[in-house]
Ligand binder design. Structure first.
Ligand code: ZN
Length: 448
């Protein structure tokens, strides 16, 4: 029985992650993501108008043609967490495969949400949706078993997937950080990760985004403390406060809501995606909103809420809005352009609890947004953010726990994979025989 790693997306770019593991005639797909900067997309966007082929030509979703040409029997599509660069292409590609989609409860709810929208657009996923919690294992076939291991990342209920094969374990670690004090959920399941290492990991497929950063990524608790300082450490009692953060980052939203309540302000979460992620987090029991928090959808609902805020007084509210990347259609940009009932006034506080995703489009959009806000006298407060991705020191520890026979850096082009190669080589792994630099569409047979 030979085993092959088939990288299909996320090895020439950051985004559209997808990796296939072939074990004999069977295969398991890990992730089906979208490349966010290839179609102008923010968290509220839909891509229903474009066909899978068009999106593939644009480089926005993975090219899955090799699966058909190899005649593989796909046993499952495994989604480790709910970010769009890991699950945003499901609705275009998953329907081709007669197999279940397996994910944790929060992620499955996100898949279902898209499915409901899909119905309205005439799309439907035929795949069965199966919930697998971290700490659980399920049989995919006589030879294959899937296990989810608890891990920390910037979205709740993230899992590292372990595929148990007759030859050993294959670990798919996209995405993760090692956070021992996460704001929601438990710390990573170190005991189980060491256990996998003892059983024998034949291949580790790992993100490499932060492998060049000589540090440890800070805990979410640090972002929470910074946010507290930005909200309580400045004179803002008589002014408007807007916080912009990732709508999918439930832990961050939880901190904002709790601090708002502590300040005696009514927290209003605005926008469709904010409503979607937060509502699902509440439903699956990961988030309990303080009493006075209001969850408002997008469009007319958010307009009405902003009118009400102006009537009652800005100083009674804390507004949470989408649009921290400066997306022109998002609420924050619309507020900055004066297109809503909520004008930006002198000394209003605009707090960015998010980094700028470093692509030229975001940098330019964000520049425009900040300039507009500044021109109207807003106080801009940046920095209350930590990454969801592991840095070098966490990768070092993951390698020590798993001691994989083969390593496939992923989630970035060769230039980024190189940082991971440097680290692994320093610990004795050999390039090409044990560390495999990969590109989309180029298969690699495991020597096991
Ligand atoms: Zn992610």
């Amino acid at each position: 029985m030979d085993i092959e790693v088939i990288p299909l997306g996320g090895y020439n770019e950051v985004g559209r992650n997808m990796t296939v593991i072939r074990v004999g005639g069977e295969a398991v797909i890990f992730d089906m993501g979208i490349r966010l900067d290839r179609i102008i997309i923010h968290e509220d966007a839909v891509m229903e108008k474009l066909s899978a082929e068009e999106l593939q030509r644009m480089g926005a979703i993975p090219n899955d043609e090799p699966i058909a040409s190899l005649g593989l029997k796909v046993k499952a599509i495994v989604v480790g967490h709910g970010h769009l660069d890991h699950m945003g292409a499901l609705f275009k590609l998953a329907g081709k495969y007669k197999c279940p989609i397996i994910a944790t409860p929060f992620t499955i709810e996100l898949v279902k949400d898209e499915l409901n929208m899909g119905k309205g657009r005439g799309q439907r996923l035929p795949n069965q949706l199966i919930v697998l919690k971290t700490g659980q294992t399920m049989e995919l076939s006589k030879d294959l078993k899937l296990e989810f291991v608890r891990i920390t990342h910037s979205i709740v209920q993230s899992a590292i997937a372990a595929l148990h094969t007759p030859k050993g374990v294959i670990v798919y670690a996209n995405d993760f950080k090692l956070d021992n004090t996460p704001v929601i959920g438990g710390k990573p399941d170190y005991e189980r990760l060491r256990g996998l290492g003892e059983e024998g990991v034949i291949a580790l497929i790992s993100e490499c985004l932060g492998a060049g950063e000589e540090t440890k990524t800070s805990s979410e608790t640090i972002a929470r403390d910074m946010l507290r300082d930005h909200l309580f450490g400045l004179e803002n009692e008589r002014h408007g406060i807007i916080v912009s953060t990732f709508s999918s980052h439930t832990a961050r939203i939880k901190s904002v809501c709790e601090f708002g309540a502590e300040m005696g302000r009514k927290v209003v979460l605005l926008g469709r995606s904010m409503e979607k992620y937060t509502d699902i987090a509440v439903r699956v029991g990961e988030l309990k909103l303080p009493k006075d928090v209001e969850l408002v959808g997008g469009g007319r609902d958010s307009e009405a809420a902003l009118r009400r805020i102006m009537r009652d007084g800005k100083d009674k509210y804390l507004v949470v809005a989408t649009g921290h990347q400066g997306e022109p259609d998002a609420l924050l940009s619309r507020i900055a352009r004066g297109e809503t009932a909520y004008p930006v006034e002198k000394d209003d506080h605009v707090i960015f609890s998010a980094g700028v995703i470093p692509n030229p489009l975001n940098v330019a959009n964000r520049y425009v947004l900040e300039s507009k806000l500044r021109m109207q006298g807003a106080r801009i407060i940046k920095g209350a953010h930590v990454s969801g991705h592991a840095s070098r020191e966490e990768h070092r520890e993951m390698l020590a726990m798993l001691s994989p026979a083969n390593i496939y850096p992923s989630h970035g082009p060769i230039s980024m994979q190189g940082n991971y190669v440097d680290l692994a080589e320093a610990h004795g792994w050999k390039l090409n025989s044990q560390i495999h630099v990969s590109q989309n569409g180029i298969h690699h047979t495991l020597k096991v």
